[in-house]
Design a protein around this ligand. Structure first.
Ligand SMILES: CC(C)(COP(=O)(O)OP(=O)(O)OC[C@H]1O[C@@H](n2cnc3c(N)ncnc32)[C@H](O)[C@@H]1OP(=O)(O)O)[C@@H](O)C(=O)NCCC(=O)NCCS
Length: 332
């Protein structure tokens, strides 16, 4: 049996900064070209921040879109969780900066580090407080400024990422059948070296040496991450469907983490769902890490692809490794 949480998403929103970095722009920085990037990743362009714009700014803007859409006053928010690996600072938490800017005077909150699965983990944690009945409204945000930790001399990573934030409002589910039906998460720390930012933490505090050695940037073994992501995203999805008595035919929409279009297509092939049931926005937004799934929900809603009663599957793999899967009966 699944792990139902009596909580539902009641609004989705997001924000990406206006400036666009195209593949042609990147080809001026490193030895790459538009065709390679599009064919190997599915990405055409990504949005990037101006200097001085940080994760909290994107997260705040994303939160405000949800508050407006759901006609929610900031004082009604009980809890704010920000999933991010690029906080403005190691402390205070980005959630505190967002809380202050939106005026959520009654809220508590914190940041959660789960890389590309961070949003699903944050949504699960936030939903537990709603399901337990101790909180009425939780704001769950996935936000990252990946450009702050990307080496624009490394062609194998710099083409992949963009900046952005998405947010959802979580409230109590009012019937036995809508909202979060189940989740299926796990971590596998043996993959930690495959995708990481080696310096800047307590192991390698920032120094001239760490900067000279470019240890404050994303390092990854692309092909290992690729294979792990395809396998685990398919496995958690199949497990989720099977243990809840569904097949791929019952799924209305899959919103996968957007790391590489080839990962998404390989995963959906294993799952047996066709393109019409899979949300893809990697072509325009690239990989925004914490932002991909809520931004995917935002885009699905604006494209009219989310309806009350739909069975929606959210799935991710990220640095750690972290794997996340969630099955929802869409509630509005
Ligand atoms: C990074 C990634 C796009 C590379 O694609 P790939 O098809 O696996 O390519 P490979 O790593 O096998 O490299 C093939 C060649 O392309 C080259 N290459 C890498 N990036 C390139 C680029 N931007 N432009 C042109 N060539 C590039 C490599 O140097 C390599 O050249 P070589 O054969 O002369 O050594 C792919 O592995 C990937 O997406 N991995 C997952 C990354 C990810 O999702 N990270 C976030 C997880 S949440």
């Amino acid at each position: 049996m699944g792990k139902r949480i009596a909580a539902k998403i009641t609004g989705v929103g997001g924000y990406v900064p206006p400036q666009v970095l195209t593949n042609a722009d990147i080809a001026k920085l490193v030895d790459t070209n538009d065709q390679w990037i599009r064919e190997r990743t599915g990405i055409s362009e990504r949005h990037i921040v101006e200097p001085g714009v940080a994760t909290s700014h994107l997260a705040t803007a994303a939160a405000q879109t949800v508050l407006e859409k759901t006609h929610t006053a900031p004082e009604e928010i009980d809890l704010i969780i920000v999933a991010t690996v690029t906080p403005d600072m190691l402390f205070p938490a980005t959630a505190c900066l967002v809380q202050n800017r939106i005026g959520a005077s009654r809220a508590w909150g914190f940041d959660l580090s789960g890389a590309c699965s961070g949003f699903l983990y944050a949504l699960t944690v936030g939903a537990q407080f709603i399901g337990a009945g101790t909180h009425r409204k939780a704001l769950v945000i996935g936000a990252d400024v990946m450009t702050s930790i990307i080496n624009y001399e490394d062609r194998s990573t710099c083409v992949l990422f963009g900046d952005g934030a998405g947010a959802v409002l979580v409230e109590p589910a009012d019937s036995g059948s809508d909202g979060i039906l189940d989740f299926n998460h796990d971590i596998d720390g043996s993959g930690g070296d495959c995708l990481c930012m080696p310096a800047g933490g307590s192991l390698h505090p920032p120094s001239h040496e760490t900067v000279d050695r470019k240890m404050h940037y994303v390092h990854q073994s692309g092909s290992q991450v690729f294979k792990y992501a395809v396998r685990r995203m398919a496995e958690v999805s199949c497990e989720l469907l099977e243990r809840n008595g569904f097949t791929h035919q019952d799924v209305s929409l899959v919103v996968p983490h957007q790391a590489n279009l080839r990962i998404i297509r390989a995963m959906q092939e294993r799952l047996g769902v066709d393109d019409s049931k899979v949300l893809v926005n990697i072509d325009r937004l690239a990989n925004t890490t914490g932002g991909t799934i809520p931004l995917g929900l935002r885009d699905a809603e604006s494209q009219g692809r989310l309806h009350k009663g739909d069975l929606v599957l959210l799935v991710s793999v990220g640095a750690g490794y972290t794997t996340g899967g969630m099955l929802l009966r869409w509630a509005y």
